[in-house]
Write a protein that binds this ligand. Structure first.
Ligand SMILES: O=C(O)CCC(=O)C(=O)O
Length: 276
C-alpha cells in the first residue's frame, strides 16, 4: 500500500516536492506525498487531536459537528466528527510543523502568495458504515467568483488510511471540467453543512490508501469523497487548506471564514446560486 518514506524530502519546516509530484498534481488535481511528518511528529499532534475528540478542547457550536448526519445528532451518534478551525480553538497549534510543511508544499505546487485559509479535523469512528463523505468538489462550499482560484488542500493521515477505514478517493482529472451541481445532503443547509454531487458515466475512481504521516494534496475542483469505516479503529485526518492570499482576503471581506457558526457560511456556490 505505502511507498517508502523518503529520507531527504523533509528539511525542518520544508517538505521538498519533486518535479514528478508537481506534474501529478497538475495532471490529476491531487497528489500523494509520502512521509511529510515523521512518526514522533504525528504522535505529538495526535495527543492534542484526541483531546478535541474527547471534548477537552472547547469548540464553539456547529464547529463541532457530524459531516455524515444532521445537526440534531448527539456526539455519540456522530459517524464523522468534524472540528472546524482547530487552530482557532487551540492556538498552540498555530505554526506547528505540519502547518509549516504544508505551507511549503502549497507554495511549491501553486507558486508564491498562498495563505492558510482554514484547518479542519475529520475523524471517522470505528465500525461506522455510514461514515461516508459524499462526492463533492470543495469549490461548491465557497464563493466561486474570487479572483485567483489556486488551492492546495493538504490532508494528513493521523492513522494509516485504507479502503477498509474510509480513505480518500478521487476522480483524477476532474479538476479540469466545470463545477458540477451540488445539493445539501440533508435537503437544507440549515440542517447540515454537507454538500454532495453525483458521479457520472466515465468517472474513474482512485483510492488514496496512504500511511500515517503521509499527505494527499488536492485542488478545489477535483471530485473526491470517502467511504465508510469498517475497521475496528478510528480514521483520523488533519486538513490544512491553502488558497491564494488575495482570495482569502476577499472571502474575509465578505465575512466568509469557514466557521459553521457564521451566517455567511451558507453562501458557498450553492448559496449564491440559490439567491439568483
Ligand atoms: O476526510 C474525508 O474523508 C474527506 C475530506 C475532504 O473532503 C476534504 O478535505 O476536502
Amino acid at each position: 500500500m505505502t511507498q517508502p518514506m523518503p529520507s531527504t524530502a523533509r528539511d525542518g519546516g520544508i517538505y521538498r516536492v519533486s518535479t514528478a509530484q508537481k506534474a501529478a498534481f497538475e495532471r490529476d488535481g491531487w497528489v500523494h506525498l509520502p512521509g511529510v511528518l515523521a512518526p514522533d511528529e504525528v504522535a505529538a499532534l495526535a495527543t492534542d487531536y484526541d483531546r478535541f475528540l474527547r471534548g477537552e478542547i472547547t469548540v464553539a457550536g456547529k464547529d463541532f459537528c457530524d459531516m455524515s448526519g444532521d445537526y440534531t445528532k448527539t456526539v455519540e451518534q456522530f459517524s464523522i466528527i468534524n472540528v472546524m478551525l482547530p487552530r482557532r480553538y487551540h492556538p498552540a497549534w498555530q505554526g506547528n510543523v505540519y502547518e509549516q510543511r504544508a505551507a511549503s508544499i502549497a507554495e511549491q505546487l501553486c507558486g508564491a502568495g498562498m495563505a492558510l485559509d482554514y484547518d479542519q479535523l475529520l475523524a471517522k469512528r470505528p465500525q461506522r458504515d455510514d461514515a461516508v463523505f459524499g462526492w463533492h468538489q470543495d469549490l461548491a462550499y465557497w464563493p466561486t467568483d474570487t479572483p485567483d482560484l489556486r488551492t492546495a488542500t493538504c490532508w494528513l493521515a493521523i492513522d494509516d488510511s485504507t479502503a477498509e477505514n474510509g480513505c480518500m478517493r478521487f476522480v483524477s482529472g476532474s479538476h479540469l471540467v466545470p463545477l458540477r451541481p451540488h445539493r445539501p445532503l440533508h435537503g437544507d443547509r440549515g440542517k447540515s453543512h454537507t454538500l454532495v454531487t453525483d458521479l457520472v458515466k466515465g468517472d474513474r475512481v482512485t483510492l488514496a490508501e496512504i500511511a500515517r504521516g503521509d499527505v494527499t494534496v488536492h485542488n478545489e475542483r477535483v471530485l473526491h469523497g470517502s467511504g465508510g469505516n469498517k475497521s475496528a479503529g478510528w480514521r483520523r485526518a488533519y486538513i490544512v487548506a491553502f488558497r491564494s492570499a488575495a482570495t482569502v482576503a476577499e472571502e474575509r471581506r465578505r465575512g466568509f471564514t469557514h466557521s459553521h457558526n457564521d451566517a455567511a457560511k451558507v453562501l458557498g456556490s450553492v448559496g449564491f446560486a440559490r439567491k439568483k
